[in-house]
Design a protein around this ligand. Sequence first.
Ligand SMILES: Cc1cc2nc3c(=O)[nH]c(=O)nc-3n(C[C@H](O)[C@H](O)[C@H](O)COP(=O)(O)OP(=O)(O)OC[C@H]3O[C@@H](n4cnc5c(N)ncnc54)[C@H](O)[C@@H]3O)c2cc1C
Length: 208
Amino acid sequence: MKSHARVVVIGGGVVGVSTLYHLAKKGWSDVALIERKELTSGSTWHAAGLLPLFNMSYSVGQIHKYSVAFYQQLQQETGMNVGFRKVSNIRLATTRDRMDEYRQYAGVASTIGIDVDFLTPEEIVHHWPLCNPEGLIGAIRHPEDGYIQPADLTQALARGARDRGAEIYRNTTVTSISRNASGEWKVTTDKGEITCEHIVSATGNFAR
Ligand SMILES: Cc1cc2nc3c(=O)[nH]c(=O)nc-3n(C[C@H](O)[C@H](O)[C@H](O)COP(=O)(O)OP(=O)(O)OC[C@H]3O[C@@H](n4cnc5c(N)ncnc54)[C@H](O)[C@@H]3O)c2cc1C
């Protein structure tokens, strides 16, 4: 393990590895990631991999939109199949209040530049013949929605990061972090120590 890095990312789930990748892509190649087991051994391994663009928040919606476009580029860049499939997504409404929520959301979506279609019950059945339309008053559909393989995505991000000089230490557990007098961080692991300017904790549910 190297003794110094500009950034140490703790946690090798999709969030940590994506952070590592994007730092390296921005030119911060002196970065390292520490994962206590194997990459994706946390929540990322369990995720269904759905990529729903539906989001009431403008800023989170921007991240979702960026991600869906980025995953397709990443596949081309690394030559690794991330299992991306664009299959669209239908959200059903059985009440007027639910349709109002969708109309409010459509305003957010149009500001971000995300396509949303409104469907009648007949159109729902056209798209999804197995659906029983009884009681439905309509739906919204995201034509750009799809799914991905989260573990394959993480491995592709790891390759893209490594190709830009980032290092990944697997089977290495961070046991403590402390600050040096110089202001740098000291990250202690079961395999040695590493000092850095910045720490990113991407340990998900383990963060506590
Ligand atoms: C059943 C299920 C279904 C899901 N379905 C979806 C879905 O369809 N779509 C969607 O977008 N999201 C879904 N999610 C959510 C998604 O899985 C998480 O939001 C995402 O995986 C979180 O990634 P992460 O990198 O933050 O955390 P994690 O993947 O948990 O990564 C954290 C990593 O930190 C490591 N770590 C912890 N402590 C230390 C330490 N001290 N030293 C070194 N390493 C450490 C862990 O080993 C782990 O690998 C689902 C989640 C679950 C559980």
